[in-house]
Write a protein that binds this ligand. Sequence first.
Ligand SMILES: [Mn+2]
Length: 395
Amino acid sequence: MYKLLSHNDLDGVGCGIIAKLAFGKEVKVRYNSVSGLDREVEWFFDNENKDTFLFITDLSVNEENEKRLDEFYQRGGRVQLLDHHKTSDHFNQYDWSRVVVEDEDGKLTSATSLFYEYLIAHQLMESSSAVDEFVELVRQYDTWEWEKNENHQAHRLNALFFLVSIEEFEEKMIHRLKTSDHFDFSEFEAKILEMEEHKIERYISRKKREIVQTEVGGLYAGVVYAESYHSELGNELGKEFPHLDYIAILNMGGKRMGFRTIHDHIDVSEVAGHFGGGGHAKASGCSLVDEAYKEFVVETFHLEPLREDAKRNRYNLKRSLFGSLYKNRMEEIFLIYPLNECDWAIDQYKTKMDQTFSSFDEAETFLKRNYGAWLVRDDTFVNYLMEEVKSIRND
Ligand SMILES: [Mn+2]
């Protein structure tokens, strides 16, 4: 018998699907949240037949279970942990564990891709093009590579995963992978997924109007409340507000929070680690412990949301050599403009600030972090210019 304990997201369930393709009725699969795994491992030791081969994928165990698993292995028990989270790196010291974030070709891995590779290498299953394609979609979604590759099939696969129950998803996928030469969606699924995509877009634009900003431990965070679509939200909000180091997403009902960043110089697994959590450099999470609750909820609850920059301007544009006009909630007016060939300056009202900046983006980040300003619409910009002209005439 085999037992698989895996994560309850697409990548984790991808492992379950592969396991059932390989072992059929010979495998028992349990999906867990990050915090639920250790209980399942304890249950395994207390109740399961010791001949059962235990796989753990996409998750890692606490210190106590780490020791128990190693003792189990030393006494001849069969166990294999496969993970791709950076924070699990230390498990590589064990023969029963393999943690790979990036493979030899520099390609980011996922638990499903590692597990599939493992099963093929150990001749526990044979590859097929449909499964190859499925595994690659899961990998691209989990690593967020789909966006760069514009592989919307990967994104849709995750949307489908959330539209149906895990059991239904498993059943559908197993049937499809067994019977088709290529992986694809049915016509009905394609239609539903298109509607779902529009729903996600509307959800995200609402969240863009709810986000507040705060400084925690020297980094700037955008804080938003949301129960679903964390990856999509983190990505879209990160791009809308690039002056923020990362986006913190609070799930109050689940008493958890997620961290997402689009910036290469930020590692949100470190941010989550500070609150007892973990994950990847670009995506991580933790329980809403007291300190996190204080920093992200109590300290920010009274704040006004950020405002988006005007999008459809023809005149008041970023990086304009004539200057870009900004405003904040106190109705303060700011102008970012090039001072000379290499420096940018900011006027607050009509008075130049002392600091100068080596790029427009640097000036804008300063302005947004310290003054909560946004790029104003053309009509405000035109009014401003008309006032300027009047004041020159009156001089
Ligand atoms: Mn994963």
